[in-house]
Design a protein around this ligand. Sequence first.
Ligand code: ZN
Length: 492
Amino acid sequence: MRSIFLILLIISAGSTIAQRKIVESIQSSVTARESEAHLSFLASDEMRGRDTGSPEIDIAANYIKTQLKIYGAKPVPGDTTYFQPVQLEKIVAASAASLTIGADVFKLKDDLLYISGGSTSLNGEMVYVGYGLPSDFEKADVKGKIVVALAGSNATTNAVQALLTDSPAKGKVAASHGAAAFIEIMMLPGLPWQSLVNFLSAERMMTQKQSQTTMPHLYMKKSDAASISAFIESKKGIGRLQVEAKAPESIPAKNVAGMIEGKDPVLKKEWIVISAHYDHVGVKKNASPDSIFNGARDNAVGTVALLQAAKFFGQHSPKRSILFLAVTGEEKGLLGSEWYSTHPLIPLNQTVFNYNCDGAGYNDKTIATLIDLKRTSVDELLKKACATFGLELKGDPAPEQNLYERSDNLNFAAKGVPAVDIAPGIKTFDKELFKYYHQPSDEVHSLDMSYIEKFHRSFVYGGYLIANEKERPTWVKGDKFEEVGKKLYGTK
Ligand SMILES: [Zn+2]
């Protein structure tokens, strides 16, 4: 008994000493001085706000690649560049559109909004497919027809999911079934038509989807017109759809990716993707006197967290393998991570976790914010990591804002990969936060570097703990993404 107890004591003392060594090496590796140096480059005025598609964001990409290389990260197998080309397209709003059913004419902006697909002139059969779920398309004959569906996947779908997730997915299914055009009727609670008009009347970017580029996709305002009710009731009708829109312009963009292989012969087959978006919103002409949106908080801080992690893991190989992924086009709609999730560099079923770093700024320097707690099994590890450097880890301060689905972690989660986003501390959405959030004032000199140092150290230690933990991360039981995770990994 006694000797076993003694051995246990020695083992646990040994592991405490090892832990202390790791914490000490994080302290000497991750410093405010170095974080500030990276930040001052990435968020400088010369970077002109790292707008996706701009020449300056390519300079930022080159900088990130160079740092990854210095730190010892390698390009993924088959690549030598550290770049993943991302095919984006710029969509210009339609100049005209109308849908005519009998005597009713529905017009652009008043009732119709153009999403994608270019010009068309169709006159013929219309078919109604309910919410346009894959099973609805199996039942209906949509080939060559104007297909109409309700937006979202059921009566309670929230707007973000309906617009960002359901809509592109349904457009794809409609196109693959040979639909001539696809119109979604907006009946979502809490989404005023006018906000959609504002959003879709401006230039936008999307990832290029071959199957979808030539099928016009539109939104339609909820209508009480008799022609619409009759059409929905009978599920078929005749209509004329005209759209005048410029063909989309292709925009070259890139994600930056480097890897550090794990040292454990078994666990190295399990990959963790450490991600952060490196784009921001660029320059706005009418903002004065400062027109450059530097994006120090959003998201140079996250990008530098990724670089600091690469530096540390380059010196201290973890058991699991790590892919460092700086993604583009987040501000345009999570586009770089969307592209990655459909063109992964490491198979997603070998990717066990996505550790994303993206924040909106901070207004509480005693905490770090996890979006969200109680989603995956890593909470305790991350709480410990933060506590080690004097921060308390808190969860989502504003669940009603759906923050989990507003950064790149969503694109991993949607494929089933357990994912979280960690950010500098947000107590609540207040004036202090909006003073910098997506403002020209989001500059490096306004950051408290001793707080950023704590945050970066916590981030790196959290990644270290996750990458070395015996058990791989999992979804919390009952999570929204648990089922798709089971499918991805083939577990029960
Ligand atoms: Zn961001």
